[in-house]
Design a protein around this ligand. Structure first.
Ligand SMILES: CC(C)(COP(=O)(O)OP(=O)(O)OC[C@H]1O[C@@H](n2cnc3c(N)ncnc32)[C@H](O)[C@@H]1OP(=O)(O)O)[C@@H](O)C(=O)NCCC(=O)NCCS
Length: 201
């Protein structure tokens, strides 16, 4: 008897179907290459990277979009932070292979990430990104106006989404990393840069 496949697959217009699944250790090289292509070699200097350096992403919230042929074409990860004392997740980077854009890969990654975050009981998600893109998922600057990042950033790009009503009420102060430290062997491979630049993802 053939086993029923449960892999969530989204059909896209002109290409092979893709699936959103948990990231695997074997995805790392393809993920890093995709991020270099999307954000450039200096992406490690970005302000939000300061919230990720030496930290593990939140459990269950490293996702990959893969085509039917197995090629990784999208990635998103979320990280534990304290948002001025409020427990939250920081989303980013989100990236989709240039050849696969406009096919809802980004939307599928975002929806899955937000669903998983909610199912795991997280109260809020914060990110630094383009408001016109993230507004479709409910992100606004309504409750992030009193928050800061550990480096330069553009205020209008700091956005939040409450998964639990009121989770960002009164959020004030610095956003700081709270995720589990990476094991030393992995942390020492993390590239670090001395300066932070404003357009972080
Ligand atoms: C942003 C990104 C992840 C979107 O991925 P995608 O798979 O093309 O997204 P979707 O197919 O789900 O959505 C496409 C829609 O988003 C819109 N969009 C994409 N980037 C946008 C942006 N920066 N601002 C506003 N709208 C944007 C497209 O115009 C399109 O609009 P439509 O639905 O009205 O046609 C992808 O363009 C990407 O990787 N960009 C480079 C990295 C990046 O900027 N990451 C986000 C950090 S802010």
């Amino acid at each position: 008897m053939t086993a029923k496949r449960n892999t969530p697959v989204a059909l896209i217009r002109n290409a092979a179907p893709f699936a959103i699944r948990a990231e695997r250790a074997s995805d790392v090289v393809a993920r890093e290459a995709l991020l270099d292509a999307c954000f450039g070699d200096n992406r490690h200097t970005r302000t939000c990277q300061r919230l990720r350096d030496g930290r593990a992403p939140a459990q269950g919230l490293s996702l990959a979009a893969v085509r039917q042929d197995g090629r990784l074409v999208g990635t998103v990860r979320l990280w534990h932070v304290s948002a001025g004392g409020r427990s939250a997740l920081m989303l980013g980077p989100l990236a989709v292979d240039h050849d696969c854009r406009g096919l809802s890969v980004g939307a599928a990654l975002m929806r899955r990430a937000l669903d998983v975050a909610k199912a795991r009981g997280h109260g809020a998600v914060i990110l630094l990104g383009d408001a016109p893109y993230y507004a479709r998922y409910g992100f606004t600057a309504a409750k992030t106006g009193e928050l800061s990042l550990p480096g330069a950033f553009e205020r209008e790009r700091l956005l939040g989404l409450e998964l639990v009503e009121g989770a960002l009420d009164g959020a004030w102060g610095m956003i700081t990393p709270t995720g589990a430290p990476l094991p030393k062997s992995k942390a020492s491979r993390t590239r670090k840069a001395p300066l932070a630049v404003p357009h972080a993802a």
